[in-house]
Design a protein around this ligand. Structure first.
Ligand SMILES: Cc1ncc(COP(=O)(O)O)c(C=O)c1O
Length: 378
């Protein structure tokens, strides 16, 4: 296909995706509340977002965004090294350090760019990097761009990770904390101990675990935090040692050549961080997760072993997962339908995400709809 002229290549690729049932398309979704969304004039209960604490709609966060825009401007107007780095950025960095115990932090406009930029800046073709088989696309893209020698171990398999580390000459080990598609948690303490034993820096993508799971007990070489999930905002940070952050400021092309994160977003994220660290929201989310799992177990739904807000239900075939998601939608529920290449062939799934903003009525109604739809699907 690479030899076709460009437009013919694009057309052929789209046709191929369409024919295999894997063509991705957007749909308009307007959030009505933190737990509902309007699409095609229908109101849907939203079990597909990563707004785990419902902070995307918190009035205090919206007020902080407005106040931040008034004080510092909507846009940062330049890259951080020119004139785009303000007190709003610095204060958020300090707050993230206080929350994580890290020495220093650096802000990016998205978790994807932070992850791939970190990896591209740290490694090159002489490096061997060990990574969990399921690390996020943003890490994989960074590793590919850096042309590192990548060795992957079976998901969460400590013995396999150790085998790779023991072969020597490993520059770093990469893992997520809570895995985005499976919802399970890496054995972080054990991985940290292994890394210490083999003198290997540990890099963790804490996009889905930050403040929600026991991930801060481990102090890695570098940690990615995204603001678009637990904090309900936008943007991301790398936290680590002062030496690491100074190195990134001086060498990371995405940081140097890109307009800094909006200062208004920094003020909003700082407010969200404060709300997220106060107990009631996380406790409410934990209650919702427990209720969902209890009802799903009673109904014998095909749950995976996840204790997090990400609760996948394995459906296996990609056409079937799309059908089941569509039938749920007709009953008023929006859930993620995840197919290859995001997950391995034969492991398509519904990705159901819980939020502190869900009511018990919404959760019970979702379980009832799942039971009905999965019984129909046979
Ligand atoms: C594990 C993981 N890392 C990184 C990212 C990228 O973060 P962002 O959405 O802020 O670009 C995501 C987003 O889905 C993710 O799931």
């Amino acid at each position: 296909m690479g030899e076709l002229p460009l437009l013919a290549r694009i057309t052929a690729r789209q046709q191929q995706l369409h024919d295999s049932g894997l063509l991705r398309q957007r749909r308009l979704m307007d959030a009505a509340t933190a737990a509902t969304v309007t699409a095609d004039n229908a109101n849907l209960h939203n079990f597909a977002s990563n707004d785990y604490l419902g902070l995307s709609r918190a009035p205090q966060v919206a007020a902080a965004l407005f106040a931040g825009a008034q004080q510092y401007g909507v846009g940062s107007t330049a890259s951080p090294l020119v004139c785009g780095y303000s007190s709003a950025h610095q204060q958020l960095e300090h707050a993230l350090c206080a929350a994580t115990g890290a020495e220093a932090a650096l802000l990016f406009s998205s978790g994807f760019s932070a992850n791939s930029a970190l990896i591209k800046t740290l490694f090159n073709g002489d490096d061997t990097v060990v990574a969990d088989k399921l690390v996020h696309a943003s890490m994989i893209d960074g590793l590919r761009d850096a042309k590192v020698k990548l060795k992957r171990y079976q998901h969460n398999d400590l013995a396999a990770a150790e085998r790779l580390l023991s072969q020597g000459k490993v520059t770093a080990l990469l893992t997520e904390t809570i895995f985005s598609m499976d919802g399970d948690c890496a054995p972080l303490h054990e991985l940290a101990a292994l890394c210490q034993q083999y003198d290997c820096p540990l890099i963790v993508d804490d996009a889905h675990g930050f403040l929600l799971a026991d991930t801060l007990q481990v102090v890695p070489f570098a940690r990615l935090i995204t603001f678009g999930k637990t904090l309900g905002c936008q943007g991301a940070a790398i936290v680590g040692s002062q030496q690491l952050i100074d190195f990134l400021v001086a060498n990371c092309r995405e940081y140097i050549y890109s307009t800094a994160l909006s200062p208004a977003c920094c003020v909003a994220a700082q407010q969200a961080l404060q709300l997220a660290t106060e107990p009631p929201l996380v406790a409410q989310l934990q209650q919702n997760i427990a209720l969902f799992r209890q009802l799903a177990q009673q109904a014998k739904l095909p749950l995976l072993a996840s204790a997090s807000a990400i609760q996948p239900l394995l459906i296996c075939a990609s056409e079937q997962v799309m059908q089941v998601a569509q039938q749920l939608r007709e009953r008023g529920f929006l859930v993620g339908a995840i197919r290859p290449p995001t997950v391995p062939q034969g492991s398509s799934r519904l990705r159901i995400t819980l939020s502190a903003a869900h009511s018990t009525t919404q959760i019970s109604a979702l379980i009832a709809a799942l039971v009905e739809v999965l019984a129909d699907a046979g």
